[in-house]
Design a protein around this ligand. Structure first.
Ligand SMILES: [Zn+2]
Length: 253
């Protein structure tokens, strides 16, 4: 399979992930329903619904009402294509690629929904976990005991941090959604990588909040969705976990 073809498939999946991120919180059906402009409701014909290309040709505006189309759409499409390509190059046409694609695709949907609604939805997590269990059962990507430990340790550590954080900040710094996200991600990453990924996720979160604090002149919004920070940590470590960890240890020797 050529890499160009993989990128095209990735773009198509990215387009579908946008549909998921829009429709799931609104409880709309995912399949057999044409895309519509969120503003004017006009059905979008397929030739205006080509990933990235349509956004550029339409100059980021709806063809019918002129309403701006969010940059989220091409960004998600490009990022999904990039990840799909990276998985294919790293793991080839294997159960591993399928396993991690399901994981990363869902992280993308979860991150977008979390940014927009501040919610990490149970139904997304459950679907992902079931798919992960099935693929791992047939494809044997990681030992089941490692996946199980990853889920228990990932969820457990995040639960403790959430409780501690809420005590310290006297408000809900992290929700149970983050705990469940860590649990499901632990299943995909195994116990070693989930621990390291959570650590990296916190570092990314702290750095980002620091930047927000500086940009917004020392005021930070009351609620910051943490999902995207952890999702970035998980994706980064999926590819570079080992190298990153060795580099980190090297800092102290
Ligand atoms: Zn429109």
């Amino acid at each position: 399979m050529s890499e160009a073809f993989v990128i095209l498939i990735g773009l198509a999946f990215g387009s579908f992930l946008n549909v998921c991120a829009y429709r799931i919180p609104r409880k709309k059906t995912l399949l057999f329903s044409r895309s519509q402009c969120p503003n004017c409701g006009h059905t979008i014909p397929f030739y205006y619904n080509i990933p990235v290309l349509s956004f550029i040709l339409l100059k980021g505006k709806c063809r019918y009402c002129g309403e701006k189309i969010s940059f989220q759409y091409p960004i998600v499409e490009l990022f999904t294509a990039f990840i799909t390509w990276a998985l294919f190059v790293n793991f080839g046409l294997t159960a591993q690629t399928l396993f991690y694609a399901v994981f990363v695709y869902s992280l993308i949907v979860i991150a977008v929904i979390d940014i927009k609604t501040h919610l990490i939805l149970n139904k997304v997590l459950i679907v992902v976990l079931v798919l992960g269990l099935l693929i791992n059962f047939f494809g044997r990507v990681i030992p089941f005991i490692d996946a199980l430990l990853g889920a228990v340790i990932g969820g457990g550590v995040m639960f403790l941090v959430a409780i501690l954080g809420n005590r310290i900040f006297k408000q809900e710094a992290m929700g149970m959604g983050d705990v469940k996200l860590a649990l499901v991600s632990g299943f995909f990453l195994g116990w070693k990588l989930i621990l390291w990924s959570l650590y990296i996720g916190f570092v990314i979160a702290l750095l980002s909040i620091g930047v927000i604090w500086i940009i917004k002149k020392k005021s930070v919004p009351r609620h910051i969705p943490m999902g995207p920070f952890f999702a970035s940590g998980f994706i980064l470590n999926l590819f570079y976990g080992q190298q990153l960890f060795e580099w980190y240890l090297g800092l102290f020797s």
